[in-house]
Write a protein that binds this ligand. Structure first.
Ligand code: PLP
Length: 437
């Protein structure tokens, strides 16, 4: 049997056998089409195996012991740090800090850099498309300091209204916090332009790379980003590990956030001196095996190739747009496929996003309903919830076709019903699942 070739240069079927979960049958005998990658990706055997091997053969706490396992474990953990450094082209490994995830990394910056540098009357600039992880920590900082949050608004197409940036930036702007790619609209933001304008105004820029680092090449040196954050579980690593990258002088100037073991040089009964980077920000036992798993995921992604991943996901996105746009009553949020990544959020006339997702699940297709941790964004488009399909390199054109057919079927399925959730008060179930990102 010849497998369908997805494109001349890239065939996801080459990789799918590495992901046992992708060949799962659900609801009895329906092949799973996993299209919820913006929430979390699946991981290949090699990543799982790297973690099993770490636990079975090399595990001990890091940086503390001088016995053989402690040294092996430390070497593997620090090798993972070097893999992250190379992935994002950070100048040094000292600038790569392991955190619990993107959310934890942003909170670290808000607490440490924010409390040290932001004062009453200062401004923090965000965008209307931010994930709550890149919004709430800044609200909390503003509450603590008396600073003001301002935001870059969106066009109806889900692009940043960049012409407002020049007027929003001023000497009061301390920080611009911007996502590289929207987790709802898929919009790819013009980071170079934003960063150079922000720097000209004297502001520091934090880039939320949670949806970009897993899918496209990243070069923090070329980008001149001050901070970059991302999560392991959105790029085939395990949950529980993420990364904060920062410019050396900024990180050096920041006080430690969490206190405890590992982050100190000396401790006296009444004081302490902090350790050097990156340990200053890694209090307590770090996510040792998750970081090793992330390192294995990076190796795998490098073998697949970020350019290929990007091109393939563009193809999937174009096809999905064409399929969904052909269905009357479907509204896709965000820009055209050539301005977005592989994330498509949509609403259906008179059918609640939770009903859409539930029906699609019955047809084997995993998408996510809700506000996707972006309530201000949904408010901007006058929606409480959307259904979101999001792709990774292992998804196929066939799965995208199944998505299109399932959405058309969903429309028919609910056409005969008098009342759907869209016309009722939100149920307990929908409220519960809307709290997830
Ligand atoms: N930023 C964006 C754009 C996201 O999509 C997410 C997760 O959905 C996050 C931040 C938070 O990531 P985590 O939950 O892994 O900390």
């Amino acid at each position: 049997m010849t497998l369908p070739v997805e494109s001349r240069d890239f065939d996801p079927h080459t990789y799918r056998p590495d992901f046992p979960i992708l060949s799962k049958l659900i609801h009895g005998d329906i092949p799973l089409a996993y299209l919820d990658n913006a929430a979390s990706t699946q991981r290949p055997r090699r990543v799982i195996q790297a973690m099993v091997e770490a636990y079975e053969e090399h595990y001990a706490n890091v940086h503390r012991g001088i016995h053989m396992l402690a040294e092996e474990s430390t070497a593997l953990f620090e090798l993972a740090r070097e893999k992250v450094r190379a992935l994002i082209n950070a100048p040094t490994v000292e600038q790569v800090i392991f955190t619990q995830g993107a959310t934890a990394a942003i909170n670290l910056v808000a607490r440490s850099w924010g409390d040290a540098h932001v004062r009453e009357g200062d401004e923090i600039l965000v965008t209307e498309m931010e994930h709550h992880a890149n919004l709430v920590p800044w609200h909390q900082l503003a509450d603590r300091t008396g600073a003001t949050i301002r935001f870059i608004p969106l066009t109806d197409d889900g692009l940043l209204r960049l012409e407002t940036l020049a007027t929003l930036l001023s000497q009061r702007t301390r920080l611009v916090a911007v996502t590289a790619i929207s987790n709802v609209l898929g919009t790819v933001n013009p980071l170079e332009e934003i960063i150079s304008l922000a720097h000209a105004a004297g502001a520091v820029v934090l880039v939320d790379g949670a949806q970009s680092v897993p899918h496209q090449p990243t070069d923090v040196a070329a980008l001149d980003a001050d901070f970059l954050v991302f999560s392991g579980h959105k790029m085939m690593g395990p949950s529980g590990v993420g990364v904060l990258y920062g410019k050396q002088d900024l990180l050096e100037s920041m006080p430690p956030f969490l206190g405890g073991g590992s982050m100190i040089r000396r401790v006296w009964i009444d004081s302490f001196t902090p350790a050097n980077l990156p340990y200053k920000f890694e209090a307590g036992t770090p996510p040792i095996v998750p970081a090793i798993g992330l390192g294995a995921a990076i190796d795998y992604l490098n073998e697949v190739g970020f350019e290929s991943i990007h091109r393939h996901e563009r193809r999937l996105t174009e096809r999905a747009h064409a399929k969904l746009e052909a269905i009357d009553g479907v509204r896709i949020l965000g820009p055209r496929p050539d301005q977005k990544a592989g994330i498509i959020s949509f609403s259906m006339k008179r059918i609640h996003a939770h009903d859409v997702a539930q029906r699609l699940d019955r047809l084997g297709i995993a998408v996510r309903p809700g506000h996707h941790c972006a309530m201000p964004l949904h408010k901007r488009f006058d929606l409480a919830a959307t259904a979101r399909a999001s792709f990774y390199f292992y998804n196929t054109l066939d799965e995208v076709d199944r998505l299109g057919d399932a959405v058309a079927e969903c429309k028919q399925f609910f056409a005969g019903r008098r009342r759907t959730r869209a016309e009722q008060a939100p149920s307990a179930e929908s409220v519960k699942s809307e709290s997830a990102s």
